[in-house]
Write a protein that binds this ligand. Structure first.
Ligand SMILES: [Zn+2]
Length: 474
């Protein structure tokens, strides 16, 4: 493959046809079904799929088959199947993943910008769904056409463009799971998975998601009496459900340090992930967040902050029930206290086993014999990328040398893409490249979302190079 030639082809496509079609995709308010109960009759998800399908068909990849799948009750999925080039020797297939559903507008956009208004300004395409994740379909298809035009090869390649991704990490991509079941026989032997719905800390290199933390959510209720009581009359006699709750929380985490106290929530941090954190650290990670003056982050050291955020368990209390608003609170000893707990768990921890340990810790030998219920669990396993094969390491080296001028970097992230775990389980022998065009300030899920167009072209070239390397790796 002529890399310089492919880059020229890709630049031409992005400056013309790709950009105009992606801009038209921005105009379609294809908000995820999770935010639009009337999505089916509104038809925007279907319109987005139709739009992208028409564009992919117009690229005339030899033998390409585009099919829109609509399982009952599921949002539609665009399935694109491209036969291998004649020069490809790899027997396995490539799976490219992206999604066409979007987040809602979420607040006020800056002057001249809007969620469904594509605006190109200073090398950026603004609009909802540009970087998350509309560009992915275009990058994947353009990579294939460019490598074909410049003497490259690709194995048989399948694009899965779903519209159920933004239903939220809490649901764990149920639509995709259903489609993967439905397509099991057709997908064949997947040996390379390219997920194009991630990103990194800057737009200067290819960032590879190396791991995801998992999550456990559960609702914890402590009950002490048949009804709420006057805090003066019953106080000191009837135990406080809130205090029992505090004692139970102390069993879960060290309240001074935040360290999770349940052993089943911990897993050793692999040496290569520590090395990755060391390489990815940069001064002032905490400064990306709006800490108030004088507020100190969870650790002084940037490497420790990265490891906290990607490989250590942590607890957030994300909801409460049974407590009145402070302005309306009377002198009442409440019959019960309820909190919604949200744990992040290390990539290598089994969520089910950790949850069972959690329930045992909370329900054994409870202070004052209070009644404890643990309900509504939501469990998501994390994921850790398999070690790259030598062909992939070599290809990533070339991507760093010839496309970005900076070496590729690995990054652990904190969940949000449960389909990685899903695909990891379905394709246990595949190589994984989880990457994308998201930068730290791409305004994901907030107003003024934008795609870096230069980076999108580079990423497209990187996909072409990796897919080409895979085609002859066997
Ligand atoms: Zn996304």
């Amino acid at each position: 493959m002529d890399v310089a030639g492919a880059r020229a082809e890709i630049a031409r496509a992005w400056n013309g046809d790709v950009l105009s079609s992606l801009a038209d995709l921005v105009r379609i308010p294809a908000v995820s079904a999770a935010y639009d109960p009337g999505w089916e009759s509104a038809g925007h998800l279907r319109a987005a799929v139709d739009h992208v399908r028409a564009w992919i068909e117009a690229q005339r990849l030899p033998g390409v088959q585009c099919e829109i799948l609509c399982l009952p009750g599921r949002s539609p999925l665009l399935y694109v199947d491209v036969p291998a080039t004649t020069g490809a020797t790899a027997t396995g297939s490539v799976l490219l993943y992206g999604h066409l559903d979007k987040q809602p507008a979420h607040g006020d956009w800056s002057a001249g910008l809007g969620p469904w208004l594509p605006v190109v300004r200073e090398g950026r395409l603004y609009g909802r769904g540009a970087v998350d994740d509309g560009y992915a379909a275009y990058a994947a298809t353009t990579a294939l056409t460019a490598l074909r035009a410049t003497g490259g090869d690709h194995a048989r390649t399948v694009l899965l463009l779903e519209t159920g991704e933004e239903t939220g990490e809490e649901s764990g991509s149920p639509d995709l799971a259903a489609y993967l079941d439905h397509l099991a026989d057709r997908l064949g032997d997947i040996t390379l998975v390219l997920c194009l719905d991630a990103g990194g800390r800057d737009h200067e290199r290819l960032w590879l998601t190396s791991s995801l933390r998992g999550a456990i959510m559960a609702t914890l209720t402590v009950r002490v009496s048949g009804s709420s009581l006057h805090s003066g009359i019953a106080g000191g006699i009837v135990p406080s459900s809130f205090r029992v709750m505090r004692q139970l929380l102390d069993r879960l985490e060290d309240s001074a340090t935040g360290r999770i106290a349940v052993p089943e929530f911990h897993a050793p941090i692999p040496a290569e992930r520590r090395a990755e954190a060391l390489a990815a650290r940069h001064p002032g990670i905490a400064a990306q967040f709006p800490l108030l003056p004088g507020v100190r982050p969870e650790a002084e050291d940037d490497v420790e902050l990265i490891l906290h955020n990607t490989w250590r368990p942590a607890l957030s209390v994300v909801g409460a029930a049974g407590l009145p608003d402070a302005a309306e609170a009377g002198a009442v000893l409440h019959a019960s206290t309820t909190l919604r707990l949200c744990f992040r768990i290390p990539p290598a921890v089994d969520a089910r086993a950790a949850y069972e340990a959690l329930v045992a810790v909370l329900t054994t030998d409870v202070p004052h014999g209070a009644h404890v219920d643990v309900t509504d669990p939501m469990l998501i396993n994390g994921w850790s990328a398999p070690a790259p094969a030598s062909w992939l390491s070599d290809a990533l080296g070339e991507v760093g040398d010839h496309i970005f001028g900076n070496p590729c970097a690995g990054i652990g992230i904190d969940g949000g893409i449960p389909f990685m775990e899903l695909l990891g389980r379905r394709c246990p022998d595949a190589q994984f490249v989880a990457t994308g065009a998201l930068g730290p300030d791409s305004n994901l899920h907030v107003p003024d979302e934008w795609l870096d167009l230069r980076f999108a072209g580079q990423l497209t070239a990187a996909i072409a190079l990796i897919v080409n390397a895979h085609a002859t790796a066997d």
